[in-house]
Ligand binder design. Structure first.
Ligand code: GLU
Length: 454
């Protein structure tokens, strides 16, 4: 087969939704997997609803998610322009081509496609039945939608409106022809348009691309499709909440596709290698915010320390938790002990503020739970202080100090953990305590324990 050419063809009429991002991503993955080309085409013919601001959001989100395109806005390419609003001349010429062939005609000021073959008056029912059939069929690229929906559309339809504007179906197909698109991977919401598109290809005498309509994304609860208003629906939300773009991208890959070995969190290179469009699920995917957050946490944990520090630095300086001039070495040292525990970058400031200030928040729940484990927390801190003061400041020695004090007072070493943790951090949980003490340092630790004991 000739080189794969796929496209993502968004209309800049709204915020960038995870459904759109996933459609873009599946096209991108397919192009990268096959060594083909990924084209970004902006379907901005609807002047009323398009906006520059929405275009910017699309482009920013694509960049953020690391989906680079081979042709399209910002970079151009051999088949541009890649904005439909700049292709009006071409559409008129292509309409004329159909008119010259006798396949387009004017009626009431609009231009219509003349269908060849049988016509039916029960078009609507027929269409619905066909869609049901398509939904029930396995989704394999080579198993063309073509054969299954071809008969669904059997009435002439408009190509150019009486106001001189081309309709979506026409420009969509003309561009797929002109841009030599080989595979159309798009949302199932376009399934009902496909029969029209196939008729236009036929009228031009062009073999249509292969179609794969990917299932919808359902909201977390209930039967409905995820809408723009649902929490978690917009890519912007993840940017604001400082999710890792690699994690969001990884999660989007899992919305309708499962890696063969079941291992879900992995580098994008590995996903590109494994991704098969024929393995995309036929049933609808369900958005799961907890899973998204889990993928994000897993991805954070897998970051090399220097990258984790680079990701963490902005939020820590912006919130004033650290000074802008903190050294990479100190930042990496502190982050090193929390990396395996923290679930999101968003939580980092509250999670590790205590390393940098004595005025840290005190968690009331943690305080309430203190005496449940280990009895009186002040007593525990007082018992531990002398031994800890004498200990060498590294983890083995610190652990020995806890054990020794436990033996002396007939307690488990862990009876001391919660009181000490609360005294130095105000928290009820967190990174491994001995590591925290080591990184917090001898002087700060002892000063906080003394203050607590007093
Ligand atoms: N502009 C259409 C949309 O945003 C693209 C349809 C297609 O991919 O063919 O839904």
């Amino acid at each position: 087969m000739s080189q794969v050419r796929v496209r993502f063809a968004p209309s800049p009429t709204g915020f960038f939704h995870i459904g759109s991002a996933r459609t873009a991503l599946f096209n991108w993955l397919y192009a990268r997997h096959t060594g083909g080309k990924f084209i970004l085409r902006i379907e901005d013919t609807d002047k009323e609803r398009n906006s520059e601001a929405f275009l910017k959001i699309i482009l920013d989100s694509m960049h953020w998610l690391g989906m680079d395109w081979d042709e399209g806005p910002e970079i151009g390419g051999d088949f541009g322009p890649y904005f439909q609003s700049q292709r009006t001349e071409l559409y008129r010429a292509k309409l004329k081509e159909l008119a010259d062939k006798g396949r387009a005609y004017e009626k009431d000021g609009a231009w219509w496609l003349r269908l060849e073959g049988a016509r039916s008056t029960v078009f609507d029912d027929h269409l619905k039945k066909e869609i049901e059939k398509v939904e029930a069929a396995p989704m394999v690229l080579e198993d063309l939608v073509r054969g299954r929906v071809e008969r669904a559309e059997d009435r002439d339809f408009v190509l150019f409106r009486s106001n001189g504007e081309p309709v979506f179906h026409f420009v969509n197909v003309v561009d797929d022809i002109e841009m030599k698109i080989t595979h159309v991977i798009r949302g199932e919401d376009h399934l009902s348009n496909t029969s029209k598109h196939l008729e236009i290809f036929k009228a031009f005498g062009v073999t249509p691309p292969l179609y794969a309509h990917i299932p919808l994304i359902l909201k977390t609860d209930g039967p409905g499709k995820m809408s723009k208003r649902d929490r978690g629906a917009l890519i912007e939300e993840y940017q604001q909440r400082r999710y890792l773009p690699a994690a969001v991208r990884n999660y989007l890959c899992l919305l309708g596709w499962t890696p063969a070995d079941g291992k879900e969190v992995m580098p994008i290179e590995e996903i590109v290698r494994q991704f098969e469009i024929s393995a995309v699920h036929q049933s609808n995917a369900r958005f799961d915010e907890r899973k998204m957050s889990h993928v994000n946490a897993q991805t954070l944990r897998l970051l090399p320390p220097a990258e984790f520090a680079a990701v963490a630095r902005p939020i820590l300086t912006e919130t004033g938790v650290v000074h802008a001039d903190i050294s990479d070495a100190r930042l990496t040292e502190v982050l090193g002990i929390v990396q395996e525990k923290v679930v999101s970058v968003e939580h980092l400031p509250e999670f590790l503020a205590f390393f940098f200030t004595d005025k840290f928040n005190q968690d009331e729940n943690a305080l309430a739970n203190l005496s449940k484990k280990g009895g009186d927390p002040v007593a525990r801190v007082r018992e531990l202080l002398p031994t800890l003061t004498a200990a060498a400041w590294e983890e083995t020695a610190l652990e020995a100090a806890f054990t020794a004090v436990g033996v002396t007072h007939g307690r488990k070493p862990t009876d001391y953990f919660a009181p000490i943790r609360y005294a130095i951090s105000g928290q009820g949980g967190g990174a491994h305590l001995l590591g925290v003490l080591r990184v917090l340092g001898r002087d700060t630790t002892l000063a906080r324990l003394q203050a607590f004991a007093a």
